[in-house]
Design a protein around this ligand. Structure first.
Ligand code: GLN
Length: 241
């Protein structure tokens, strides 16, 4: 056991407006796995109007209805340059679905309304008539990522935008080019709920590693018994779309 507990600062963006399909579970997973690795996590819920702490080591945000995205749009644009500064300092971030879309240039709803984003990713998203719903398996640099998508937004990646993964089964960004999500620096965007991280412990630990590197310059993990997660992955992988 380690003698002194190291602490990581996690900002949870807009937990009231952007938190559907259990996305809050990503925060719970990061906190619990960090504790198992011997680290404490200070969770800062970030609400519209709040000051974004610049000693942040990890930023997490979830999905939301179009209406929730409209509510937070101005505030997200207000803190956009601070988020870019954190990303430049290699602070890891995980944005799911609705906030993934708003980390791009814009989300244009089905009725043509544009909700502007902070252009962290070179992506554009267009709401359509068809909802992309179901289980997804995506191949990434962290191995297979397993989750559940539910969105009408179709996301198009810019020419040089790196996707988070290649879809093995499911629709992903747009149902056409077999890409899922996006990566810029250590900022990850994904359509996958589930929650995503309980079933993807290797990716959760990579985010914690990046956060610890940002704060302490090193990461000293413990060995965690992941047999429940392994079993959940095995079952989820076999589920029908
Ligand atoms: N409203 C967006 C869409 O349907 C985001 C949905 C979500 O975050 N699950 O594309």
């Amino acid at each position: 056991m380690k003698q002194t507990k190291k602490t990581l600062n996690l900002v949870h963006l807009y937990p009231e407006q952007m938190n559907i399909y259990g996305d809050w579970g990503n925060v719970l997973t990061l906190v619990r796995r960090a504790q198992w690795h011997g680290y404490d996590v200070r969770v800062v819920p970030f609400h519209p109007g709040d000051h974004l702490p610049l000693d942040t080591d990890l930023v997490v945000g979830g999905g939301g209805q179009d209406s929730g995205q409209s509510v937070i749009q101005d505030d997200l644009l207000r803190i956009g340059s601070d988020l870019h500064k954190l990303a430049d300092k290699k602070v890891p971030m995980l944005m799911i679905c609705g906030l993934y879309q708003l980390f791009g240039h814009f989300f244009q709803t089905k009725d043509g309304t544009r909700i502007n984003g902070i252009s962290m990713f070179d992506i554009e998203t267009y709401g359509g008539d068809h909802r992309m719903i179901g289980n997804v398996v995506s191949q990434t640099e962290f191995g297979e990522i397993i989750g559940y998508e539910n969105h009408s937004g179709m996301t198009v990646l810019g020419e040089n935008q790196k996707p988070f993964g290649q879809v093995v089964s499911g629709d992903g960004n747009n149902g056409k080019d077999r890409t899922e999500g996006a990566i810029t620096k250590r900022v990850f965007g994904s359509y996958l709920h589930g929650s995503l991280l309980p079933k993807n412990p290797a990716f959760a630990d990579a985010l914690l590693q990046y956060a610890a590197l940002h704060r302490y310059g090193s990461f000293e993990p413990e060995i965690i018994d992941d047999h429940f997660a392994t079993e959940a992955r095995r079952i989820a992988r076999q589920r029908p779309r």
